[in-house]
Design a protein around this ligand. Structure first.
Ligand code: SAM
Length: 329
């Protein structure tokens, strides 16, 4: 599981929890590489089991299947970036490559996915080989804060729910602008606190903290930080808005994490499905089929999932703050 040895798994769980429970925001930001890599070493198999190969949310429409809404969300981004065959495009924080493979197939663009997590890249390479898309999609192991690419290397750049892991948004965006050709576009979806978030409210503070622990984040930012950081990094901001209200109000983006998603394929994501998974982890740990610490991971992922639902219900959080920016020519 996760490429970690059994002993390393338990140690990683304790270290990850310890870092969140004891450390202040600045320490978590300094140790972002450890924090994020530990999180994805532990969580990736759970993600693939419950979510698939596209590790993100999307606005939902009534009667639209879960995966179809994720793919529609990716097509929207590709359309806004005006991707076309022959372009060289960077996917920042590419997960196991679900979006890169789909966007490459859909647009004909060549996509380079960058990710700092070795286990996810192993999975990404395997999925891409199986999909026979190696001629269009490749991966590079690197920290997106320091990219191993020449200046002006890419025609366009996108990021899907990954830059929330960055310790410093302005530095990240400056680095991305460096590798983007002049006149090129950068777009993405950001995890953000909204105007409804009240920093003085203990209930809101708990939602924020639980989202951070359950998702490997050093510190969630307000939507305004994204706009300001893009401009401070030298981008021209063309569009920015929260897409959460664009979905069907009766089928909110967090629906799949509630008990209201009644499809069989949606079961692993619901509270009941997550409880079943949780109970299974206890049994698997006891009989030695899963490493010690698996239940603890399942626990904090569940807390994180419940906090995402609370963030969605209160409107204090969005995982789909869309932005489109241009590198001035
Ligand atoms: C929520 S996942 C989203 C993955 C992918 N964009 C998708 O939608 O399927 C966030 C991703 O960002 C990557 N990531 C986080 N911090 C990173 C960093 N400093 N450098 C490179 N990748 C990073 C994680 O390893 C993970 O793959």
């Amino acid at each position: 599981m996760s490429g970690l040895s059994r002993d390393a798994f338990q140690d990683t769980v304790s270290q990850y929890r310890g870092l969140h429970d004891a450390a202040d925001v600045e320490t978590r930001k300094q140790q972002y590489t450890t924090l994020v890599n530990q999180y994805y070493d532990l969580a990736t198999d759970f993600y693939e089991f419950g979510w698939g190969q596209h590790f993100h949310f999307a606005p939902r429409f009534k009667h639209e299947k879960f995966l179809d809404s994720l793919l529609r969300h990716e097509r929207y981004l590709a359309r806004r970036l005006r991707l076309y065959p022959g372009q060289r495009v960077l996917d920042v924080g590419c997960g196991v490559g679900g979006p890169a493979r789909y966007i490459a197939k859909h647009t004909g663009a060549t996509i380079v996915g960058v990710n700092n997590n070795a286990y996810q890249l192993e999975r990404a390479a395997r999925h891409t080989r199986r999909a026979k898309l190696e001629h269009l999609v490749s991966f590079t192991k690197a920290d997106f804060m320091e990219l191993p690419f020449e200046d002006d290397s890419f025609d366009a750049i996108y990021t899907i729910e990954a830059s929330c892991h960055a310790p410093d948004r302005v530095k990240l965006f400056e680095e991305l602008r460096r590798v983007l050709k002049p006149g090129g576009v950068f777009g993405g979806y950001e995890w953000c606190l909204t105007d409804r978030y009240d920093p003085k409210s203990p209930a809101h503070q708990k939602i924020k903290k639980d989202i951070e622990v359950g998702n490997g984040l050093p510190d969630l930012s307000h939507t305004s930080v994204i706009d300001r950081s893009l401009r401070d990094a030298g981008f021209e901001l063309l569009d920015a808005r929260d897409l959460a209200p664009s979905g069907d109000p009766e089928t909110p983006w967090y629906m799949s994490l509630t008990g209201k998603d009644l499809s069989l394929s949606g079961l692993p994501r619901t509270p009941l499905g997550r409880q079943i998974t949780n109970a299974l982890t206890v049994v698997l740990e006891k009989v030695g089929l899963a490493p010690k610490g698996t239940k603890q991971v399942s626990d904090f992922l569940n807390e994180g999932a419940d906090a995402l639902v609370a963030g969605g219900e209160t409107g204090t959080f969005t995982p789909m703050y869309f932005f489109l920016a241009k590198n001035p020519a």
